[in-house]
Each structure stands twice: as C-alpha cells, then as structure tokens.
Design a protein around this ligand. Structure first.
Ligand code: 3NM
Ligand code: MG
Length: 508
C-alpha cells in the first residue's frame, strides 16, 4: 500500500444514516468534506450485496483519490481492487497484545479503541480511555505503523482525544476514525470538514508546543518575572475562579482567592455548569469530600471547560484512600484534560499506582519519592499537563523543565486545607495566564504554555505568604496562623516575591 493518510478515517455504518439519506450521497459528501480513507463495514449483508456496495463505494473513492479499505472480507477487497483489508480486532482481550500482534503481522496501521464509550459497535473489551492510548502508541515507536483512535469520537471531544493520545515519547496519533459523527449526520460534508479542521489545528499547535518545550530552558529570573506579571494580571482583572472543592475548606479557599485578588465562585451543581463555564477564567476541581452529585458536576464542568479552552486545575485529594476515589479520578481524567494536576507525594503516587509513598487518609507519610524531579517530569509527560508535587519542597514540571521551590513554613502542615488553598492560588494564576495569552482559535490548546509559570506562581504566592504570616508577632500557632495567612496573601507584593522566592530550575 502506498503511504496512507489516516487523518480522518471514515468507517461506514449504513444503519446510522438519517431517515431518507442515501448512503452513496452521504459517502460522496463526506469525501467532499475531507475524509482521507474509507473503510466499508457491513456486518449484516450477503456477499452479493456487500460486493455491490463495495464496488460503487470504490468508484466514489476513486473519484476523490481516497483509498478504500474493506472490513473483514479479503475476497471482496480483492474483487473490487480495494487498497486494503481491515482484520483481526475481535478476540484479543489485552489491547497491548493486539498492538504487538499487528506489528508482527506487518500491518500498515492499527485502530486503537474504543477510546470512548460508543453504541455503534458492541464492545467485547473494556474501553481504553484517552489516557490508555499513549501507552499503546509507545509500542509503535521505531515502526512505520500508523495509528488511529476509534470509538465515540465526536467534534466535541476530538481535541481532548488528540491532546491526551500522545505517549511519553511524544508519539501521537496519525488520525481518528469515526462512524456516527459523519454517517449519522444530515450534513456529512460539514461534519467531516469540521473534524478535519480541528485535526489540522491540533497538529499545528502540537508541533509548536513541542518546539517550545525543546526551547523551554527557563531561567529563574524569567520565571519570577513571569510570575509577577501574572500576579499583577490577577489583581487588575480579578478573574472569576470556579471552584468545585470539598466542604472542609470552602470558606478558606474562597477567602484565599479573594485575598490574592481573584473572584471565587464555589458551585457544584451539574445544572449550572454550562452557564458558569461561559464566564469562568479557570476551573478548580478538588475531590476532597467526594460525593456523587459533585462528581457529576465535575464531569460536566471539566467537559465545558475543555470546550472553552479554560484551564482546569485538578487536585485528586486522597485518591489512594478508597476505590471510589480511584475509579472516579480515572473517569474524570479520561473525560477531560487537566491543565495542572496538583497533589502531595501519596496522592501522585496513588495516581500512577506506585507504592513508593505511604499515606494515611488524605495525608502523605514519609519523605516521598527517591527522585522527585524525574517523577514529576515523567508524570507531566504521561498526563500531558503541568504537574505540581507539594511537600516541604515543591516541584512543578511541564514535562521538560522542573522548578524546585523551597519556600514555605511548617505551620502550613498544621492547618487543614493548605494544599487546597494552593490549588485556589494556582487556579487564579492560570486564569491570568489565559487572560494574557487570549484564545487563538487557530491554535486550540488545552494546556497553554504559561500554565507552567502559573503553577509556580500559585505555589510561591501561598508559601511566601505563609513565611510572612509565621513571622508576625500575633501568630501563636495554627489557629492564629490561618487568618494571618489570608492577610499576607492580600498584602503580598511583587518585591516580596522577588526577594523571598527560593527557586531552582532543573532541565535535563
Ligand atoms: N470499532 P462511533 S469502536 C467500528 O473499538 C468500531 O475497535 C471499535 O463508532 C473498536 O464513531 C467502533 O460511532 C465504532 O463511536 C465507532
Ligand atoms: Mg476495531
């Protein structure tokens, strides 16, 4: 087969056509819209009918110089001189084994699915999820085998699908395959064109961000200047920070947000998520006292935030404490793309399934990871976002650079919710970062570049304010520390950040 352009791979499914829509008309319109390869998939027809459909489809595809592939039937593929045949997906329980088999068999491409839930096909295996795709792509490193993701891909989740489906080695998908998003549409030309446009835009922005992270050898001076700029923007624009957080810390998180200069809205109900997504500068999702109704709000709020390219700060509080939290976090992260994931050593260890760090409920025990710098950098690459590891020393990484921050005070560990307030501060800085960049529709990004600076800024604001609070004569212990901390957040000056920040940038 000559070089196959898998960018937008249409799998046919005549059962999904809208009433009165002719199959061949639909196919031709989708070819006009930019479909780059077509697979004829017919599960319920006899050989003669399959042959007729495949032959006429082949003529249409030829007209648009698009390769045609036949599902399952080598005889029909040969008879209509198709470009290929799609085989072999049915009975392998482990998707990774399926990939290995495809490599062995000398496949030209692999379809990875189902990436989302779908009703188009009866799935015999569990859903891979967006975060599962990257691991499989890594298996294809060093081969020329192309890859497409399939299953439940829609224009509404396409950007999230593409962003998340990249391996730590930066192996990205060659394209996406859809059935219903095009076949069920009364306007297949527009449906295909819309998907194709998003794919091109993503490729463009992804190549830019890769080029940027190669260049991103930040200096400490550059970072501090950036943090100060963002803090000024928070105070000038007072962005609305939508926070779905736990009921232990709602009031103090809201107060910390106000003190920093931003404007909190603490709303958890699913029914208001769409409205709030239109006016929020960033979204904080903190699972501290997770209840089912808030979980529903989190699912929706994150989905809307991705659609508006609003940064999401995710705090998987106590994720290792229960199976409910673990599975909820997995589902949340497979549904929307976080811009920042923040946690203590135990939480981030639980997130990757490591037992290197022990925990008790929501608290981390012991000193943490042997090599925290590599840990946060690798996790940032895996989750495709900025990662913040909090502790006595805080680590922030964008997958290329790691900022090591050693500000703070022991009293932060003696009150509840200091990590949650750090999340509110990071979310406030994130809102400033996107307010500054502005959304460029040609470069749709779910993790804009300045989010790295924003995460550092949020940590510095809280930890330096804690140092200032602890020095006050009227602070006698944890009870007097908390209000003093809120005071100091509101008094924090650019000069104080410049004078006190203890920041080191490691790039390796
Ligand atoms: N194969 P839609 S999922 C044909 O997981 C097919 O292997 C899948 O349809 C797999 O785009 C699927 O309508 C159906 O969700 C995809
Ligand atoms: Mg398949």
């Amino acid at each position: 087969m000559t070089e196959l352009d898998c960018s937008l791979y249409l799998v046919t499914g005549r059962a999904l056509l809208p009433p009165d829509k002719d199959y061949f008309e639909s196919l031709e319109q989708s070819l006009q819209g930019g479909v780059t390869v077509v697979q004829i998939r017919e599960k319920d027809v006899d050989t003669a009918e399959f042959y007729d459909i495949a032959l006429r489809s082949k003529q249409l595809c030829d007209k648009y110089k698009v390769p045609l592939i036949v599902n399952d039937r080598v005889d029909i593929a040969l008879a209509v001189q198709a470009s290929g045949v799609h085989v072999g997906q049915t009975d392998m329980p482990v998707p990774i084994a399926q990939i290995e088999q495809a490599i062995q068999d000398g496949a030209d491409y692999v379809g990875i699915g189902a990436v989302w839930a779908t009703t188009t096909k009866n799935l015999s295996k569990p859903i891979v999820g967006v975060r599962g795709v990257g691991e499989m792509l890594q298996k294809l490193d060093g081969t020329s085998i192309k890859s497409v993701a399939i299953g439940g891909i829609k224009s509404s989740n396409l950007l999230r699908t593409l962003h998340g489906s990249v391996s730590s080695t930066n192996h990205a998908l060659d394209g996406i395959a859809v059935v219903s998003e095009i076949m069920a549409s009364p306007h297949p030309r527009e449906a295909a064109a819309g998907l194709y446009e998003l794919i091109s835009a993503f490729r463009h922005s992804n190549s830019i961000s890769n080029a940027l992270s190669v260049r991103s050898r930040y200096s400490a001076e550059f970072v501090i200047d950036g943090v100060v700029d963002l803090m000024n923007i928070v105070r000038e624009r007072s962005p609305l920070i939508h926070q779905i957080t736990n009921n232990v810390v709602i009031a103090q998180s809201a107060n910390a947000t106000i003190a920093l200069g931003a404007s909190p809205i603490m709303a958890t109900t699913a029914q208001e998520m769409e409205d709030l997504s239109k006016i929020s500068g960033s979204l904080l999702i903190n699972i501290g006292t997770l209840v089912t109704s808030a979980y529903e709000g989190m699912m929706l709020a994150g989905t809307f935030a991705n659609a508006h390219r609003t940064p999401i700060v995710f705090d998987p509080v106590g994720v290792g404490a229960s199976e409910f939290r673990r599975s909820s976090v997995k589902n949340l992260l497979n549904t929307w793309q976080a811009s920042v994931i923040k946690g203590n050593a135990a939480e981030l260890a639980a997130l990757v399934g490591s037992n290197e760090v022990e925990s008790k409920g929501v608290d981390s025990l012991g000193s943490g990871f042997k090599d925290p710098v590599s840990f946060v950098r690798d996790l940032a690459r895996k989750e495709r976002c900025v990662v913040v590891l909090t502790g006595k020393t805080d680590y922030v990484s964008d997958g290329a650079s790691v900022a090591v921050l050693s500000n703070g005070h022991g009293l932060l560990g003696n009150i509840t919710g200091s990590g949650c307030m750090a999340g509110s501060c990071i979310a406030s800085f994130c809102a400033a970062a996107v307010a500054q960049e502005g959304a460029d529709p040609k470069e749709p990004k779910l993790v804009p570049g300045d989010v790295f600076l924003a995460a550092i800024g949020g940590i510095l604001a809280l930890t330096i304010s804690a140092e200032m609070a602890a020095m006050r004569d009227d602070v006698k212990g944890p009870g007097t520390f908390l209000p003093a901390l809120i005071d100091e957040l509101s008094l924090l000056s650019a000069q104080c950040i410049r004078d006190r920040s203890r920041l080191q940038i490691v790039s390796r």
